[in-house]
Write a protein that binds this ligand. Sequence first.
Ligand code: FES
Length: 106
Amino acid sequence: MAKGYVKVATVDGLSSGKLKCVKVGNEEVCIINTGSSIVALSNICTHAGCELADNGEVDGEELECGCHGSRFKLATGEVTGPPARVNLKRFDVRIQGNDILISVSG
Ligand code: FES
């Protein structure tokens, strides 16, 4: 396994457009199959703390929080629509065979 990375899910278990919350250490991470790639962002919306795996939805290149409509760029976690003002933390993802690995170290 790649150094600094932990296995959090399998590619088989995350179909296109799906979001899944995983806990790694103290981090709550939302892994997302965007349809073209798998990305990992903080699971906690920076607006008012809704859990994105439960309330979020993939819309094109963006993730929309269903609680109040904040939007974030899937690739980077950057805010693209209010009311959120703070970007979501993004985690590096690697795919190894059928395994989804993420790095929470940086
Ligand atoms: S908690 Fe996500 S938009 Fe308000």
